[in-house]
Design a protein around this ligand. Sequence first.
Ligand code: HSE
Length: 430
Amino acid sequence: MVKKVGVAILGLGVVGGGTYKTLVEHHDFYLKTQKVDITVQLVLDLSKERMDELGVPQECRATSIEEVLANPQVDIVVETIGGIGAAKNFVQAALREGKTVVTSNKELICKYSHELEDMAKRKGCGLYYEASCVGGVPIIRTLLDGLQANRIEKMMGIVNGTTNYILTKMSNGGANYEETLKEAQRLGFAEFDPTNDVEGFDSTYKLSILSSMAFHTKVPYMNIFREGITGLSGEDIAYGKEMGYTLKLLAIGKQSEKGIEARVHPTFIPSSHPLAGVNDSFNAVYLTGDTVEDIMLYGRGAGALPTASAVVSDVIHAATHSDIKYSTFKNKETAERGVKFVADFSSAYYLRLSVEDRAGALAKISGIFAKYGISLVEVVQKGKTNDKEEPKVLLIIITHQTTERAVNHAVAKINETELATVDALIRVEK
Ligand code: HSE
C-alpha cells in the first residue's frame, strides 16, 4: 500500500532549494522504491525570486508559518533556515502542532535538542537531523541503525569542508593562511565572515551531536576543547609533511574508563592514515567500535544536493517508519551528573622553537621537558631563523604521548628562559 505524505519546506537557501528539487524530481522514484507518495505541499521563503527560480507553483507558496502549520496535509516540516532565531521558533511551533520535523540545523540541535526532543516526545512526533552533521554522509543513521552492536571507543572526523579546503590548499601550495582564506572566499568555499568555520565552532557543534550519540550521553559543546585554524602557518604544515604528517582540523571524541574526551583542533596525523587522504571540501568520519573495529565514512559535507540527500532520507525514514527513536541518553542541556570529562587529555605534540645558538641551550630545553616527564621522539634542527640581528636556530620537536597540562607547563618554562621561544604547538594523533 502506498502511503501519502505531505511536506513543507521552511527556507529555500542552498539546502532548502536542493531538498525541494530532490523531492520534486525524485517523486516517482520514491513512489516506486519506497512505496511512499511524498508531495511538497508548501514552501515558506521571503524571496519571490528564489521561488520563481525553483519553479515553486503559486499554490505551494506559503506566506506565514501559521499557514504552514494550519495545513492538515503537511505531515512533515523541513527546516532549512539555519541559525537559532526564526528557525528555532518555527521548529518549536511545528512540534507543538504535532508535526514531525526534519532539520539540517546543527547549531539548533547542538544547543536545543533537549528542549525540542521533549516537545516531540510529548506530541509523539519525530525529530530528525541527519543533515546537521557532515552533510550527505549518513553518519547519524549509521550510529543509530548500523553500529548499535558496538561500544564506540573513538571517533575522529574531518567535519568541516571550509577548513579542510583551506588546509589542503596550504598543504599543497604552501601559501599562507590569509591568502588561502581569501582564495577560498573568492571561490565560494568560505563565507564572507568565516569565523564559525575557521575558529572551529561549526566542528564543535557537530562533534557535540555525534559524540552524544556515539557515547550515549550528552556531550555539551561547552565541554569540548576548541582551537581553530587561524593561527596556523604554512611553514609548520611543510615541516610536518617532511616528517610524514598531514595537518587536518579534527573533531576527536574518545571514551575510556577515564571519561569522555572531546576536542576540536588542528592535528597532525600520519600521512598514511585514511583521513590524511580526505582533501578539499570533502568530509569523513573514522570510527572505532569494540566489535566492528575501524570504519570510515567519506563524502560531501555540504552543498545543495549532498545535504538534500540527508534531508530527504530523513523525510523518507519518517514517512516509512511508525516507531520513533529518541535519544538513548538523558537529553539535557548539561552533562549528566557522574559523567567525567577528561580536560587534561593526552596527546603527542609537535613544537617549533627558536633557540639561541649557544652552548648548553639544547641541554637546558631538554632539561625542561625532562622535568615535566615529557619524552622526545624527534628533535630536528632546521637551520637558522630570518632574524637579521641575531639569527636563532630553528628546532622542531615531536614528543611522545604526554598530557596537555605537562606540555603547557614546559612551554611556559621554555618561554621564561632567555634562550628560546616556542613559536608553534600542534597536537599529533598517532
Ligand atoms: N560550513 C560548513 C562546512 C557547511 O564548511 O563544512 C556544512 O555544515
